[in-house]
Ligand binder design. Sequence first.
Ligand code: 4AD
Ligand code: MG
Length: 502
Amino acid sequence: MSNDYTTINCLSKHDGKEVRLAGWLYKGRSSGKVQFLVIRDGTGLCQCIVEKSKVPEELFTQLKHLGQESSLTVTGTVRADERSLGGYELAVTSAKIISPADGYPITPKSHGIDFLLRHRHLHFRSQRQWCIGKIRHTVIDAIRRFFNDNGFILIDTPILTATAGEEQQTLFEVDYFGSPLYLSQTGQLHLESAAMSFGKVYCFGPTFRAEKSKTRRHLTEFWMVEPEVAFIDLDGMLELAENFVSFIVACVLQNNKSELEALAADIASLEKIKPPFYRLTYTESVDILTSQKTVDFLAAQLKEFQNQKQQYETKITELETQQAGQIKQWQKDKIAAELIELRTVLAETNTKIENNPKHAALAAEFKWGKDLGGSDETIISQMHDKPVFVTHYPKEAKAFYMKADRENEKVVLNFDLLAPAGFGEIIGGSMREDDYDLLVARINNQGLKVEDYDWYLDLRRYGSVPHGGFGLGVERTIAWLTDQKHIRQCIPFPRMMDKVYI
Ligand code: 4AD
Ligand code: MG
């Protein structure tokens, strides 16, 4: 069957020739003697022109009443047309309806996010989710390619784990034949043992955290890729991380320009993502947060938000007036969709205006020793046009396994990578404490049980070496690349603290 069909992404090879497409009706519009049917087939969208004089009358009528998302095949001649989606359109000569759909719940009018998440199984078919899905595919392919081509061995670390790898508060407990086990928060500890066998390793899989925060950056199930390297130092890791992230960005730019354009992502900024990235120590970041520079920066931002608010309000009033006038139904639908979008961004802008003074106060009062919070990261990352490494955090604010800086025992040899333009942390990583006694002291200090980590301590008993690694969150990376405000758009079926839809 497949041999009989052409796909939309291959239409350029068939200019002037007759082809058959198989897909779904994305949207349709009729103007008396001509119908404009936009068909999607999984590879793209194509406008199909049906002229009344060129097809049997019965088919013309059937197509006119065909519901959104009906499945069908269409045959016609490929015509280059610059104004058309994808540059080609189809002059239809015949069509066959496979399965008519009636009352598809997601109409071209916009819907609220709650509705869309409840209909994620169908919302997948929308342009936005389709573009993000394709970019996610590229990102995951790039991740595997980068490590496979650079001498890393893939290690599948377990999902059911006996101990915490990160904060204990975010462990998901599983009843394992009457005893508790936990869903993996990180593959790191197991991966460290593999690094002592293979040198350079990585794991890549679903990761679970019972995050009790309903923020745009947190899911309870997300995908993380973690490399771990023996005989490396902090500088070596920063280099690895910036080459890795730059490679992912380059692959997305190479494979998904049209998807990025459709999502209105900032391609020009992405083109700048090349090594070296900015490097700041935690202490330097605190100095920035508590400086006049941040006060001025946030004040300017507040002004900008207020201007945007005014513009959105004016536009909303304009559209409401138009909507009340004598216009066609499809125009009303278009305006209704625009209004939903505008009201959403207006609400977001209002939240930003409300939060601005709170964030300013948090930054001004920031005390050395605290972990950087979401709003602090946002400020630092908004001040930079390329990703920023923040290194050397206070020991007390960080996980037990991070290696203390031998030149300043108050801080650890770690880093977070903050994506630019306010996206914040996409990578967390560190050198690992490789001294047996210091590691035992850290485990005790954090109230963890040394006996739970006995196997992990073996790695320090038998041939301990300097080593380190990091974890990159796939959904946060995609949200940054595709300019999505919330990472729930960047995983097929999101799991969040307050809701699991389908
Ligand atoms: O900074 P984190 O907690 O680091 C670790 O788990 C280390 N064990 C990694 C390592 O060194 N091998 O998490 C790493 C990244 C974060 O920077 C973020 O991108 C992502 O994982 N992440 C989340 N993404 C979505 N939802 C959550 N709840 C996330 N928590 C972390
Ligand atoms: Mg982190």
